[in-house]
Write a protein that binds this ligand. Structure first.
Ligand code: TRP
Ligand code: SF4
Length: 330
């Protein structure tokens, strides 16, 4: 049975707690359930929006790799690799680009939304329009059956499915039609209650020191209706409470809810407790990460190993694709 799983992240900096709960934990569960997991650092995808400022890409690849492993991915169980180190991705991307009608790409809601949001960057490029075609190549080159992603990536997976069907229609049954494995996590807000994002400066990173974590949590937004210490709070609308649910024990969360509603606990104390809970939750991850930081050569050797394993599958698929399209001559 085909149990290949593929997912990826763009290397745009170190990972934050949104990545941990929104993706990494789920990826680890799949790995431990015995799926054949391939987890990719999508540096070509980073190039599509960051092409004018790629100075830190190597550093970011390393950060993401360390966060992957410290966050629970085992490089001996999962195949962890770097996209640009496997040229077969770009070959398949090129072949797909010949059969994908441009209207499929132009009506992609992610594309339309990003073009609006990233107006400061010039992303009126050929490559950016084709972003989902490269993503389809990433998935299909491993004939992945399952793709763990967040709901925001659904339009890209839908396109991948359409591309697979179109290829199969022209050249014969080649690719399985992949399915999404949606992660069910509550949206994790940033410390200012907006979307957690590097550009908003509202992230808690996995690598933040205990001091930084405590500082950031102490300044977190809380229930906007609770103006005075004596006012009852509304945990439902408090971002700090969402964090408590992730980082504190279930019993304690129940108590905090009551203490907040009854104005028994104040926000300052509540956030102080939260800071401590986050620090202790991240302790193991940070210990592991510090080990990895000491030896970059070892880190790259793990990545090279993963790349080698992934490349073997990618080569087989490209050979098959070339035979099927008639482009294999000798
Ligand atoms: N586009 C994804 C994101 O921004 C990253 C990505 C690239 C990806 N290739 C992929 C995710 C293949 C899943 C499968 O999050
Ligand atoms: Fe939020 Fe805690 Fe303040 Fe209640 S007491 S509003 S949960 S920070």
């Amino acid at each position: 049975m085909n149990k290949n799983i593929l997912s990826g992240m763009r290397p745009t900096g170190p990972l934050h707690i949104g990545h941990l709960f929104g993706a990494l934990k789920n990826w680890k569960t799949l790995q431990d359930k015995g799926y054949n997991c391939l987890y990719m650092i999508a540096d070509y995808h980073a190039l599509s929006t960051e092409y004018a400022s790629m100075g830190k890409v190597k550093e970011y690849v390393e950060e993401v790799a360390m966060d992957f492993i410290a966050g629970g991915l085992d490089p001996h169980k999962s195949t962890i690799f770097v996209q640009s180190m496997i040229p077969e991705h770009t070959e398949l991307h090129l072949i797909f680009s010949m059969i994908v009608p441009t209207p499929w790409l132009e009506r992609n809601p992610v594309y339309k939304e990003q073009k609006k949001q990233l107006q400061a960057k010039d992303i009126n490029t050929y490559g950016f329009l084709g972003y989902p075609v490269l993503q389809a190549a990433d998935i299909l080159i491993y004939k992945a059956k399952y793709v763990p992603i967040g709901i925001d990536q659904m339009p890209h997976l839908e396109l991948t499915r359409e591309i697979a069907k179109r290829f199969n229609y022209f050249y014969g049954e080649t690719f399985p039609i992949p399915e999404a494995l949606l992660t069910e996590t509550p949206k994790i807000p940033g410390t200012d209650n907006r979307k957690m994002s590097k550009s908003y400066n509202n992230c808690i990173y996995l690598k933040d020191s205990p001091e930084v974590i405590k500082e950031k949590t102490s300044k977190m937004f809380t229930d906007p209706k609770r103006l005075y210490r004596k006012d009852p709070g509304h945990p439902k609308t408090c971002p700090a409470f969402i964090y408590h649910k992730l980082f504190n024990s279930k019993d304690r969360v129940g108590e905090i809810e009551k203490e907040c509603k009854g104005a028994i606990i104040g926000c300052t104390d509540c956030k102080k407790e939260l800071g401590t809970a986050i620090v202790s939750y991240l302790e193991d991850i940070q210990r592991k990460r510090k080990e990895l930081e000491k030896n970059r050569e070892e880190l790259w050797s793990l990545l090279k190993n993963g790349t080698k394993k992934a490349k073997k599958i990618a080569e087989e698929t490209i050979t098959e694709v070339k035979i099927k399209t008639g482009l294999k001559y000798v």
